[in-house]
Design a protein around this ligand. Structure first.
Ligand code: G6P
Ligand code: MG
Length: 217
């Protein structure tokens, strides 16, 4: 098989934290006096905290100075952190642990590549840190997806070449990041929402190494 390493996004791939991001951003929108729907929230998937705030303010047609923006981002993050403190291993999405164990048992390297600065907190809460050989999160990169930095750093730390890497991503920005980095990509979600992945799967429930071997031999 061409694949020597698998790199996983966190939010929407390993766990569903989009609902917590949504609740926190919705509180900010409520306080500012405008509606923020779950459909609007789709635009924030895979997007960094400050870029998410820019999109939120654009939806609310609100302009604020830099200091206020920083305060709003801090308030959103405090709320978000209070939600993820309560996360448990039961929130790991179906099939993820089995698939990670199958990869490790077969010598495939595993990295996390997430834009989130809260990734380590989540990994601790859901007790999954030990399943990853390398963790690259939002504290280790300066360029947000679709820049490939997060995945390229993962490949370097794992000691593999980009063309030996397969990325699992639920957000278009992440798929574009993997593509920009010269990696293989499997999208997680619905084909109508994602373009430019090699394959799209609904999740890991039916995913296994035999499937990977048949796609990437
Ligand atoms: C992930 C999520 C985004 C989130 C970003 C930053 O990419 O999909 O919705 O904005 O991480 O997360 P953070 O925890 O650093 O605010
Ligand atoms: Mg994601």
């Amino acid at each position: 098989m061409k694949i020597k390493a698998c790199l996983f996004d966190l939010d929407g791939v390993v766990v569903d934290t989009a609902k917590y991001h949504y609740l926190a951003w919705k509180k900010i929108a409520d306080d500012l006096g405008f509606d923020f729907s779950e459909l609007d929230n789709e635009r924030l998937k895979g997007v960094s905290r400050m870029e998410s705030l820019d999109i939120l303010l654009e939806i609310g047609k609100i302009k604020v100075d830099l200091r206020t923006k920083e305060e709003l981002a801090d308030t959103k993050n405090s709320l978000y952190v209070s939600y993820i403190q309560k996360m448990t291993p039961e929130e790991i999405l179906p099939g993820v642990i089995r698939f990670l164990d199958e990869l490790r048992a077969n010598g495939i390297l595993i990295a996390l590549g997430s834009a989130s600065k809260n990734a380590m907190t989540i990994l601790d809460k859901i007790d999954i840190v030990q399943k990853f050989d390398v963790v690259i999160d939002g504290n280790k990169v300066s360029k947000a997806k679709p820049d490939p930095e997060v995945f390229l750093k993962g490949a370097i730390e794992l000691g593999v070449e980009p063309h030996e890497c397969l990325v699992f991503e639920d957000a278009q920005a992440g798929i574009d990041a993997a593509r920009n980095g010269g990696m293989y990509i499997i999208g997680i979600g619905k084909p109508e929402n994602l373009t430019n992945a090699d394959y799209i799967i609904p999740g890991f429930a039916t995913m296994n190494l035999d499937q990977l071997r048949s796609w990437y031999s």
